[in-house]
Design a protein around this ligand. Structure first.
Ligand SMILES: NC(=O)c1ccc[n+]([C@@H]2O[C@H](COP(=O)([O-])OP(=O)(O)OC[C@H]3O[C@@H](n4cnc5c(N)ncnc54)[C@H](OP(=O)(O)O)[C@@H]3O)[C@@H](O)[C@H]2O)c1
Length: 250
């Protein structure tokens, strides 16, 4: 099966490429630095020629006002029309669990626009929504610093190791298109504040951490369950605790 990964040099793309190659698939790696530009369209036709599957794991390089929206709109349109022209049988896009609860944030609104473009394209597709990757956790925690203290929103999360999410993406890519949303999540829903405490402990960071109901998640006020996948969605097996221990202590 010929599978094109657009965003192959990125954090997720590189993991998906490795997994697919280990499974014996014929993988084409695409990204702007590899001569395939999803915004201008340069190189897309050649990259998609004869492809069975296209996986979109691109990301906006800048996060200023309107940037992500402009990126996912333009890149989505270019890739979908090139995929259609090439007769691609399955188009996969990676989105975010809870994006519809985060529309006040520019980036997450852009992810919903990306999803809508895929749905409206007429292509056989699967939209994969993943929860937060463990790898980005310190970024999430550090957006809530006030006077040197971590003041976190009262949220439950079900994050997943990026390696496990990549394995699921590879499996979905080689299966039949679902023409719907598939959610991925880690092994267990956990309090954000507990995850933050674990992270601070192993990184020997002694900043005080507490729940602050007024604190926002990337500028958005959310219900406690607003970032959880649907009940019963359990994909990853690795817990944040085990991943953290492995990552920090080897
Ligand atoms: N972080 C999370 O917890 C999470 C959870 C769920 C879903 N996601 C989604 O996963 C996706 C991938 O995220 P990531 O963290 O792996 O991204 P990343 O590491 O920033 O990688 C982005 C990739 O996109 C490519 N790219 C950027 N502009 C391009 C263009 N104009 N044309 C072609 N390729 C382009 C980059 O390659 P070049 O540098 O060569 O252009 C790179 O390969 C994102 O859409 C994100 O929303 C993330």
């Amino acid at each position: 099966m010929k599978i094109v990964v657009v965003g192959a040099s990125g954090m997720m793309g590189a993991k998906i490429v490795r997994t697919l190659e280990r499974g014996g698939e014929d993988v084409v790696e695409a990204s702007s630095k590899l001569g395939v530009n999803a915004l201008s369209g340069e190189g897309l036709e050649a990259a998609f020629e004869g492809a069975d599957v296209v996986i979109d794991v691109t990301n906006s390089g800048s996060f200023g006002e309107g940037d992500a929206l402009a990126f996912f709109k333009q890149a989505g349109k270019q890739m979908l029309s090139s995929a259609k022209a090439a007769g691609v049988r399955h188009y996969l896009a990676l989105s975010v669990v809870g994006a519809d609860n985060l529309v006040e944030n520019d980036y997450f609104r852009a992810k919903l626009v990306q999803e809508n473009l895929v749905r409206a394209s007429g292509l056989a597709h699967t939209i994969v929504r993943s929860t937060q990757f463990f790898e980005f956790f310190s970024g999430i925690v550090n957006t809530s610093v006030l006077d040197g203290n971590l003041r976190l929103p009262d949220l439950r999360l079900q994050p997943i190791a990026a390696d496990e999410a990549a394995t699921f993406m590879a499996n979905i890519a080689t299966a039949e298109p679902r023409n719907s949303i598939v959610e991925l999540g880690g092994p267990e829903p956990t309090e954000l504040v507990e995850l933050a405490r674990e992270l601070l402990t192993v990184t020997e960071d002694n900043r005080p951490v507490a729940i602050d109901p007024a604190s926002l998640y990337f500028g958005v006020s959310l219900a406690r369950q607003g970032l959880l996948p649907n009940p019963g969605v359990v994909s990853g097996k690795l817990t944040f605790h085990d991943w953290l221990t492995r990552t920090v202590y080897g």
